[in-house]
Design a protein around this ligand. Structure first.
Ligand code: ADP
Length: 154
């Protein structure tokens, strides 16, 4: 049975923190679907197509990675993709509390799906998409926080 994980998020934009979680999870799974959750009534800061394109570029040489966009419940998307694992990253105690509630609720909705958490590498802990967006909005250079393939000026 193929081990398929979904890595769900808004990835607005995809950062070096996200990249690190995916790279470290690669040996654990046969396939990782990086899944951008979106809401058709609410735009992100960066357009969905741009976010998808960037992530595809980051992993263009990694055959185990697929990039998708989805709406609705993450567990429903997992079922459609035949994924039994949800991958998430943990930076802080605040992340833990937030993730705990989501993962325990997902477990009640779908018993066969496990959430798997990786702790951030210490130097990547402060990296946060919200802060990257604030830097970009205010004309600063946020390139050091994102993978090289993510050109925030484009
Ligand atoms: P969401 O909007 O669902 O919180 P994000 O795009 O912000 O999604 O993040 C997706 C996942 O990546 C979450 O599990 C989050 O905790 C994790 N993550 C975000 N930034 C980092 C980082 N710097 N290091 C490790 N994991 C991170």
């Amino acid at each position: 049975m193929e081990k398929i994980a979904i890595f769900p998020g808004s990835f607005d934009p995809f950062t070096k923190g996200h990249e690190s979680i995916v790279n470290r999870a690669l040996p654990l799974f046969d396939k990782i679907i990086i899944a951008i959750g979106y809401n058709s009534n609410k735009d992100g800061f960066f357009p969905l197509e741009k976010r998808m394109g960037w992530i595809k570029d980051v992993f263009k040489n990694e055959p185990k990675i697929v990039v998708e966009a989805y709406q609705g419940l993450t567990v429903d998307f997992c079922n459609r993709m035949k994924a039994k694992y949800i991958l998430r990253g943990l930076r802080t105690a605040a992340d833990f509390e937030y993730e705990r509630a989501i993962a325990q609720t997902n477990k009640m909705l779908a018993k066969h799906i496990e959430s798997v958490f990786l702790l951030t590498t210490p130097e990547l802990t402060p990296i946060n998409s919200t802060i990257v967006r604030d830097i970009v909005r205010n004309g600063g250079d946020a390139s050091m926080f994102v993978p090289d393939a993510v050109d925030l000026k484009k």
